[in-house]
Design a protein around this ligand. Structure first.
Ligand SMILES: Cc1cc2nc3c(=O)[nH]c(=O)nc-3n(C[C@H](O)[C@H](O)[C@H](O)COP(=O)(O)OP(=O)(O)OC[C@H]3O[C@@H](n4cnc5c(N)ncnc54)[C@H](O)[C@@H]3O)c2cc1C
Length: 503
């Protein structure tokens, strides 16, 4: 148990009782399943629950913890920690900004992590073995491995299937750097085990996980250094959006070492020393703990893909637009096959695959409109194309950018660093993509995702009344800005003629 989760306090024991109950005995397999799902992360859970709800005979196999990365070592614990970091930040700055009572003292990091464990245990009931067996799913705890194109072995049992879904997710990628493994670095699988705050934390990797954790730990008072090979943080995001978050991280005290070539890590007593080169100079960073957040590797090694005729590639399992693998009986969903490694992507894939695998569905990944969000302060949320994607697709765009400074609520909230940027198909109001940078950008991007999905265009957003004063008004302001572009000189001349007529 202790290799799955730590510390083994009351919350984690309650959590384990839900997601990996020690006394659980696997059921006797049915003669044949309509659907066998390997991996009980968000993708696998949704596929299994949906299949069972439709009346299919479903088996679900999980080797570690039901709930997968999202519940156990990903979204849930990270967002609990980020929420606490925001509270600490506001407490520290509340006196200067709002005349709030001054907060002093180091804070209680142990309480932050205990709150996270308590909430995670509360939430784990929804993903529990008991709930899924109650839904009529045969849950098997163990490692699933294909024995043939239509059978899977788990814990000595053989499960025959009509259709199978691979939902085995991904794990933190290891960096081939001399001395790193010996320095026992943390990853997302172990950072949430911490009960005391590292005085100095070195984060390697400036993607979403690295940036979210670096900023949160800096706000708790760790001395955080973020080292990255690339020359900028969040390279998949809009350049200006990432620039705003970079500024915010610097303000929070994160020491950014971008454009680094990593040389080695060595131990000196309790210290971990990273040696890197930047701009022709050698630098050393001493830390009490290292967090590696430098990419993800798909979980395919234990699957026995060859026995089932399932082809693999660097990204994981090879799938077509309908998420079917090279074995037409077997589908794959979520992080193990997707360029979009998000819980909501795994969820959307699962819903598609239930249609495609159990019925004659034609749902396609290429039709999905996939928003995402990085939960730094401010958040960056995005949906659809960036300008560069549109250029690659040969599409000309009109781009509208409205800064948060123009929004009353952002000014009143003292949260006016950010913007909305909308790319429209040139000469039309059709939204190709949008980026939002704001305190709660993730909560605001849904409106633009809906507009793209429903094909309503920015004109419909302009015609939608938004309550005042809210940060959500920023999308309507972008729509108003687009409307103003319709006031061409000839339209203005036409209006002028009208007013002359009616005066
Ligand atoms: C720190 C962090 C923060 C994140 N934050 C967010 C966020 O805020 N929002 C968001 O949308 N996404 C976030 N993500 C990403 C999100 O967690 C993943 O995209 C999501 O969990 C993928 O779901 P999945 O079902 O594909 O795989 P997973 O959640 O990885 O689940 C796969 C499951 O398969 C099991 N498994 C693997 N091999 C086998 C086998 N052979 N037999 C049986 N079982 C097996 C694993 O044990 C695991 O439980 C975050 C990830 C991390 C690491």
């Amino acid at each position: 148990m202790s290799d799955l989760i730590q510390p083994l306090d009351e919350h984690n024991l309650r959590h384990l009782a839900n997601v990996h109950p020690s006394a659980y005995v696997n059921p006797t397999p049915k003669a044949r399943y309509h659907l066998v799902v390997i991996g009980a992360g968000p993708g696998g859970l949704v596929a299994a629950a949906a299949g069972a709800a439709l009346g299919a005979r479903v088996a679900l196999i999980e080797k570690h913890l039901m709930g997968g990365d999202c519940l156990n070592v990903g979204c849930v614990p990270s967002k609990a920690v980020i929420r606490a970091a925001r509270a600490w930040h506001e407490a520290r700055h509340g006196a200067a900004l709002f005349g709030a009572p001054a907060a002093t003292g180091p804070g209680d990091f142990g309480a932050v992590m205990e709150r996270m464990r308590r909430l995670r245990a509360d939430m784990s009931r929804v993903d529990s073995v008991a709930r899924f067996t109650g839904l009529g799913v045969d849950v098997f705890i163990g490692t699933g491995r294909f024995a043939s194109p239509d059978t899977i072995e788990v814990g000595g049992a053989r499960l025959n299937f009509r259709r199978a879904v691979i939902a085995t997710g991904a794990r933190p990628a290891l960096l081939p750097m001399p001395g790193l493994a010996e320095a026992a670095p943390l990853t997302n699988e172990t950072i949430f085990w911490l009960t005391t705050l590292p005085r100095r934390l070195l984060v390697i990797g400036a993607g979403p996980i690295g940036c979210e954790m670096a900023q949160a730990f800096a706000r708790f008072g760790s001395q955080v250094t973020l080292a990255n090979r690339g020359g900028r943080i969040l390279p998949r995001e809009d350049y200006d959006a990432a620039g705003i978050v970079e500024e915010a991280m610097l303000k929070d005290g994160v020491d950014l070492r971008l454009g680094s070539t990593f040389v080695e890590v060595r131990r000196e007593g309790a210290d971990r020393i990273l040696v890197l080169e930047r701009g022709g100079h050698r630098e050393t960073i001493a830390a009490d703990a290292i967090l590696v957040a430098a990419g993800r590797s798909p979980n395919v090694e234990e699957l026995g893909c060859d026995a089932a005729g399932v082809a693999k590639c660097a990204r994981g399992v090879v799938v077509d637009d309908r998420l079917r693998t090279t074995n037409p009986r077997i589908y794959a969903i979520g992080d193990v096959c997707s360029q979009h490694q998000f819980t909501h992507a795994a969820d959307a894939h699962a819903r598609m695959v239930v249609q495609n695998a159990l019925f004659f569905g034609g749902a396609k990944v290429s039709r999905l409109v996939m928003p995402w969000c990085t939960y730094t302060s401010p958040e960056i949320a995005h949906v659809g194309m960036h300008a560069a994607d549109a250029a690659k697709a040969g599409l000309e765009v009109d781009t509208i950018t409205v800064p948060l400074e123009e929004l009353d609520r952002a000014i009143l909230d003292d949260a006016n660093e950010g913007f909305v940027r909308v790319h429209l198909k040139k000469g039309t109001d059709r939204i190709l993509g949008a980026t939002l940078v704001a305190g709660h950008a993730g909560d605001m991007i849904g409106e633009l995702a809906l507009a793209i999905t429903a094909g309503t265009g920015l004109g419909a957003v302009a015609g939608t009344i938004h309550p005042y004063p809210t940060q959500g008004e920023i999308t309507r302001k972008a729509a108003d800005a687009w409307r103003r572009t319709k006031l061409t000189p000839s339209v203005k001349r036409l209006f002028a003629a009208w007013f002359r007529l009616v005066s």
